[in-house]
Ligand binder design. Structure first.
Ligand code: ATP
Ligand code: LTN
Length: 330
């Protein structure tokens, strides 16, 4: 049976957090047997905001080690670094020529990130979504598992696939986003109105490498709502609903069951239980990340193999794209 192609990526911008894990990585692991998967460390996206070169290189390895530590199996999927397959950038450029300014101006991620950067916004941050579309379209991807915040970017990739196909003839598969029902947007522990994010202060997130005492402190100190009931109601009780979502993913218990289990108990008891469950979920991951980083030769081998597999596919696709557009010589 031919497995459908699946593509996803994470920026190597910092240590990954439980939002990345619950919103993205956990689903990837569940899908690696069913789909033909490409999992990319998207370093070209990371440089759309300034990075320290030394830290970036280290973060690329950390992110790859995290992919493996959460359970991605290099025998089942390709794990590689985006910039090592130059066709991503090439297709990104070609797609930027059929992308309209208004389409990029509408992107909420651009609006949010450019607000923070003021006058120092680079053109790369603006055209970020065309590179992301290239990542996806380069591999005839059918399915893209992401958190909810990426929905608008996937919509653009669909638009660009259709536009290119109608302008130059059938070339690209039109991809689809895959977003899970609960946990698609884990919120910040210190502010449940903003999403948990690597670029926020450490009190906002639980990193996958946080030690148990740090996890406990961050959860016990997390913002709570008024009242004292443990009830899932994101509109009225955003903070407690966020903790319930995290607990649901850490224990696999249903939301209903969690509400029942904690009936009559207070926020303090619940937070302790969340801290225990998150610690248990992260213990093996933290250990495995360290182990992979201690054995860089193994990690390098896996990334080499992933790069070669990705490059093979990307080369073939770009030959077709150049021909369709009329680039180069016959
Ligand atoms: P940055 O702050 O550097 O923009 P980020 O923490 O938002 O980073 P990304 O690298 O942009 O993380 O996202 C990687 C993947 O994790 C994407 O699929 C994204 O949708 C998902 N993701 C990120 N943050 C969350 C979150 N808070 N809840 C659920 N999924 C998330
Ligand atoms: N923009 C994504 C990362 C990303 C991605 C992709 C995700 C870059 N290219 C292709 C899925 C498919 C983010 O999570 N911030």
């Amino acid at each position: 049976m031919i497995r459908q192609r699946l593509f996803s990526g994470i920026q190597p911008t910092n240590i990954l957090h439980i939002g990345n894990y619950i919103g993205a990585l956990k689903q990837w692991v569940d899908m690696q047997e069913k789909y033909d998967c490409m999992f990319c460390v998207v370093d070209l996206h990371a440089i759309t905001v300034p990075q320290d070169p030394k830290e970036l290189r280290q973060n690329i390895l950390n992110t790859a080690a995290t992919y493996l530590a959460v359970g991605l199996d290099p025998k089942l999927c390709s794990i590689y670094v985006q910039s090592e397959v130059p066709e991503h950038a090439e297709l990104g450029w070609i797609l930027s020529t059929i992308t309209r300014l208004g389409e990029l101006e509408r992107m909420t991620q651009f609006k949010d990130k450019s607000k923070k950067r003021g006058e120092k916004v680079g053109v790369g941050l603006y055209s970020y979504p065309t590179l992301m579309a290239a990542d996806i379209l380069l591999y005839d991807t059918k399915t893209v598992p992401v958190g909810e915040d990426q929905m608008q970017h996937i919509e653009l990739a669909r638009t660009l696939a259709r536009r290119f196909n109608s302008q130059f003839g059938e070339t690209f598969v039109v991809p689809q986003a895959l977003i899970q029902k609960v946990g698609a947007r884990i919120m910040g522990l210190n502010d449940p109105k903003v999403k948990m994010s690597k670029s926020e202060a450490p009190a906002n997130y639980i990193a996958l490498t946080d030690e148990p005492d740090v996890i406990r402190k961050k959860i016990m100190r997390s913002v709570t709502d008024s009242g004292q009931e443990i009830k899932f109601d994101p509109g009225k009780k955003p903070a407690i609903s966020n903790l319930i979502t995290i607990y649901h993913h850490a224990t696999e218990k249903s939301i209903k069951q969690i509400e029942n289990d904690f009936q009559g108990k207070g926020y303090g008891d619940f937070k302790k239980a969340v801290a225990d469950a998150v610690t248990e979920m992260l213990d093996p991951i933290r250990q495995d990340i360290q182990d992979y980083l201690k054995d860089p030769a193994e990690l390098q081998k896996i990334l080499d193999k992933g790069r070669d597999a990705a490059h093979d596919l990307a080369c073939k696709k770009m030959c077709l794209v150049r021909k369709k557009v009329g680039l180069g010589r016959a």
